[in-house]
Design a binder for this molecule. Structure first.
Ligand SMILES: Cc1cc2nc3c(=O)[nH]c(=O)nc-3n(C[C@H](O)[C@H](O)[C@H](O)COP(=O)(O)OP(=O)(O)OC[C@H]3O[C@@H](n4cnc5c(N)ncnc54)[C@H](O)[C@@H]3O)c2cc1C
Length: 360
């Protein structure tokens, strides 16, 4: 079978690998000049099932962490399985974190409280309030998405065509912006936030300043700081970015950036100040960028047949990619419907009382 996979972010790459692993031809069409030209290159890439709701979605994310391990993500270099520490110092955060850890523990998700001194053994250079409440999530990880994409696209049977912008999907293949066509037995769309352009039935959140689809990240220069894992605090989230650099995200800065403008100087100053406060050293930023999330209208993934094709799109896709790639390949290639995908069909967006003419 010849399968066209549209998009080469973490989802397209994972889908293509699982299709090819079954002995099928997986041809990836990517509009950008290189693979992973979209959101996957601008992700915090924390691999977790931590704040995911409802329970079935948390379980999907937890299974996806296991799938990263099953595909040998640690050995192949994309997964850093060093867990996650979260520090709460305000009353509101303490209360929320207490309830969350208790709920996760009860559900069998690895989560517990540790002392500040125990946390300091794990992350000696991170400065936190001495009376902070500390949660420890040992099963969580972070990912290097470009390494993941490279490993997936390197699977025997996967071919990649860059500079190939798809404008239409039909039963027998796709049409490109240059007017040429590519034929296939099946088409799987993994276009992230651009999914709605080819499949208007999939309602995506349009990234605009101040909404959940827009986030700002910064990468530091290499710094003499010991940091081994994802660390969450009220003022700053930080994790290793490779080679001694740090990747930082301050959630309260996200509403201050816009999808089309450079990161404002005052946001850069805030990020530098908070890094200094958290690691006790002034560390310069190497880059700062705005990332645009791919979020369907209700925040949950959309996976399954849509029109003449099959769509896979999700926020938290760095976490979910290995699992969604496998489940999609079982449905498209093996013809076996996956019960776990039932909550994520596009049909959920159709109101029962909507006249048929209003349905896309
Ligand atoms: C600030 C930020 C923080 C995040 N943090 C996390 C996190 O901690 N954990 C987590 O799991 N997730 C996180 N995410 C989300 C995660 O990064 C995304 O869900 C994921 O990268 C989406 O991957 P994708 O393959 O679906 O889309 P993309 O990576 O966007 O890939 C889609 C590809 O399709 C290509 N394309 C677009 N249009 C066309 C076309 N017409 N024809 C051909 N190709 C086309 C694009 O060039 C792109 O390469 C974060 C995102 C952001 C922005």
């Amino acid at each position: 079978m010849r399968v066209l996979v549209l998009g080469s972010g973490v989802l397209g790459a994972a889908v293509a690998a699982r299709v090819a692993a079954r002995g099928h031809e997986a041809h990836v069409l990517e509009a950008g000049p290189t693979p992973a030209s979209g959101t996957s290159a601008t992700s915090y890439a924390w691999v977790n099932g931590n704040k995911k709701r409802p329970a079935s979605y948390r379980e999907l994310n937890a299974s996806a962490i296991a799938e990263h391990h099953r595909l040998e993500g640690v050995e192949r270099g994309w997964l850093v399985p060093n867990g996650h520490l979260e520090f709460a110092s305000t009353d509101e955060h303490r209360e929320e974190l207490t309830a969350r850890v208790e709920g996760l523990e009860a559900a069998g998700y690895p989560a517990s409280f540790v002392s500040v001194s125990a946390a300091a053994l794990l992350e000696p250079d991170v400065r936190v309030e001495p009376d902070a409440l500390v949660a420890w999530f040992p099963g969580e990880a972070h990912c290097y998405p470009e390494v993941f994409v490279a490993e997936m696209l390197g699977t025997a049977g996967v071919t990649v065509e860059t500079g190939a912008s798809v404008v239409a999907v039909s039963a027998g293949g796709v049409e490109l912006a240059d007017g040429t066509v590519r034929t296939a037995d099946r088409v799987i769309t993994c276009l992230g936030r651009h999914t709605g352009r080819l499949h208007p039935d999939v309602p995506m959140v349009e990234p605009v300043r101040g909404n959940a689809a827009v986030g700002v990240l910064a990468r530091t220069v290499p710094a003499p700081v010991r940091l081994s894992r994802v660390v969450t605090t009220e003022s700053l989230n930080l994790r290793p970015a490779g080679g001694g650099a740090l990747l930082v995200h301050a959630l309260d800065q996200d509403p201050l950036v816009s999808p089309s403008d450079p990161v404002p100087p005052e946001v850069l100053t805030t990020l530098r100040d908070r890094i200094h406060e958290r690691v006790g050293l002034p560390v310069a930023l190497a880059s700062a960028y705005v990332g645009l999330r791919s979020i369907a209208a209700d925040g949950l993934p959309v996976v399954g047949p849509v029109g003449a094709g099959y769509v896979v799109v999700a926020h938290s896709a760095v976490t979910l990619a290995p699992l969604l790639g496998e489940l999609a390949a079982r449905e498209v290639c093996d013809g076996v419907a996956q019960e776990r995908l039932a909550p994520y069909r596009v049909e959920r967006f159709r109101l029962p009382y909507a006249p048929a003419a209003q349905m896309h």
